[in-house]
Design a protein around this ligand. Structure first.
Ligand SMILES: NC(=O)c1ccc[n+]([C@@H]2O[C@H](COP(=O)([O-])OP(=O)(O)OC[C@H]3O[C@@H](n4cnc5c(N)ncnc54)[C@H](O)[C@@H]3O)[C@@H](O)[C@H]2O)c1
Length: 266
């Protein structure tokens, strides 16, 4: 899909990857809606885009609720008309493992999975009528490999990848395009609230740290080519293949990595 002239929504648009994607889509001639729980942050990004002479709207939205997604789509349609491309990018959520409170597991599920389901639920009917539409979701390498020490997040991101695959297979023949962004470590507030992104990426097994602008370019390239899987770290393709070929060996290798990291931390 060419972005020029298209109505594009980016959730998590006040933050690292989302703001970079919003700016790049706008630079390509898209009409961009910057959506975020942080309405002021979204407005700062949208205002920056408008200062450059392009059209952009900020919407304060909680995409971890169905109503938040419905209201966001309605606000977009009112301002710019039907949504052409929706990038369900907001994500996150904490908690270590099974002992994490139910609320942590529930938020991980709603924010990283149901947000994508709800966006699709309310966009698909129009897209199927028009025979055209594009859903980009941000999952994570945590959803293909894992994320060391982040159980609810890794589990939910696996489901996010699964949903994106299912959607692409089921509706690809009817004009609905789907891409799934699976970043490794990216230099954003989520990865490193204290600013030490390289250390944070090492702890979760996220590889070398990439900048949000580089990831946004990977998203644009994939959307232009209508390609499903978007890797911020192309070298991770090799890890994906190794896991697929010998799961037992991969599990043992990851276990060693986790145990070494724990020992190093004392
Ligand atoms: N940074 C990384 O290393 C990395 C790696 C893999 C995947 N990801 C994924 O990339 C996506 C973007 O994260 P980022 O790294 O740019 O982090 P970020 O913290 O810079 O941005 C995330 C944005 O999402 C917003 N948000 C959170 N909950 C929301 C909600 N309920 N409704 C609307 N907006 C909400 C936040 O306010 C924030 O602006 C997430 O899905 C994340 O899981 C990031």
């Amino acid at each position: 899909m060419e972005i020029a002239g298209k109505v594009c929504v980016v959730t998590g648009g006040a933050g690292g990857i989302g703001s970079a994607v919003a700016r790049l889509f706008s630079a390509q001639g898209g009409k961009v809606v910057v959506a975020d729980l942080d309405g002021e942050g979204a407005e700062r990004v949208a205002a920056g885009i408008r200062d450059g002479g392009a059209e952009a709207l900020a919407v304060a939205a909680d995409v971890a609720t169905e109503d938040g997604n419905i209201a966001l789509i309605a606000a977009t349609e009112e301002a710019f008309g039907p949504v052409d491309l929706f990038h369900a990018n907001a994500g996150g959520g904490g908690g270590f493992g099974p002992e994490a409170p139910n609320d942590a597991w529930d938020l991980a599920w709603r924010l990283n999975v149901m947000a994508h389901v709800w966006a699709a639920r309310h966009l698909l009917p129009g897209w199927l009528d028009r025979g055209d539409g594009y859903l980009v979701t941000t999952a994570s390498m945590a959803g293909i490999l894992t994320s060391l020490g982040a159980g609810p997040y890794a589990t939910a991101k696996h489901a996010a990848v699964g949903f994106a695959e299912w959607l692409s297979i089921t509706y690809g023949g009817q004009g609905v395009k789907v891409s799934c962004l699976c970043p490794g470590g990216v230099n954003t507030k989520m990865l490193a609230p204290d600013g030490d992104a390289a250390k944070a990426a090492a702890l979760i097994g996220g590889g070398a740290v990439r900048e949000p602008d580089e990831v946004a370019q990977s998203v644009l390239d994939a959307v232009t080519e209508e390609r499903f899987l978007i890797l911020s770290h192309p070298e991770m393709q090799e890890f994906i293949e190794r896991k697929a070929v010998d799961n037992e060996r991969w599990i043992k290798g990851m276990r060693r990595l986790w145990d070494r990291g724990r020992a190093a931390q004392g």
